[in-house]
Design a protein around this ligand. Structure first.
Ligand SMILES: [Zn+2]
Length: 213
């Protein structure tokens, strides 16, 4: 009956004041998460890391388009579907400071006595990732599911950034894979926090058996 905590993308580029894709007030959750990871209930703590090559398909600059443009991706794998998505400012490039975990989190994480692992995503240039389990085509899979299985995990708790993108998608993947899944609301922040966006988000989580509390 193991419980896992997944800390999604707590990296410089997603944090105010200097991140290139900073999530509003995201810096407020760093200290609370650095404490939360020490809780004795976790069998394993996973930190995910967005980890892009410079030529990543999700960067607006690589399409000569303005940041936050709408774009239609074509699947690099069969079946050759399309998906509409947002193009981002350059962020979390491999080996840059922007891709590093927030220092307070990194320090607490390294000192953990329980099992802890970093899972990287977004390292294939030709595809976008939100979920830490798989790309948006559910074609390439990270080692996260195998890692949770190895630790005998039944319950997954998800925190980090951003609630309406990578936290949401990671939680939905976990629920679809059969884990009992909860997003801890005090330990995450959305990019869009208006009423309508939050209503839609709550509904999508309920429909996918993800608890938000
Ligand atoms: Zn990214």
């Amino acid at each position: 009956m193991g419980k896992a905590l997944i800390v999604v993308d707590l990296q410089f580029d997603f944090l105010p004041p200097n991140g290139s894709l900073a999530v509003p007030t995201g810096d407020q959750i760093v200290s609370p998460i650095a404490e939360l990871i020490k809780d004795e209930r976790w069998s394993v703590v996973i930190a995910t890391q967005d980890w892009h090559p410079k030529d990543h398909v999700s960067f607006a600059a690589n399409h000569n388009l303005p940041d936050f443009s709408e774009f239609e991706y074509t699947s690099p794998a069969k079946p050759y579907g399309t998906q509409k998505a947002t193009l981002w400012p350059v962020h979390c490039v491999q080996g840059t400071q922007g891709a590093e975990l927030a220092p307070e989190m990194a320090t607490a994480f390294e000192k953990l006595e329980c099992d802890h692992h970093v899972v990287q995503k977004g390292f294939l240039a030709d595809r976008e990732y939100y979920s830490a389990f798989n790309d948006i085509w559910n074609d390439h899979h990270t080692q996260l599911d195998a890692m949770l299985q190895k630790h005998g995990i039944n319950d997954v708790f998800v925190v980090g950034l951003a609630l309406d993108y990578c936290v949401k998608s990671t939680a939905i993947s976990a629920a679809n894979l059969g884990y009992r899944t909860t997003i801890l609301q005090n330990y995450t922040r959305p990019i869009a926090s208006d009423h309508k966006a939050m209503c839609n988000l709550r509904q999508e989580l309920i429909q996918n058996d993800v608890t938000l509390k």
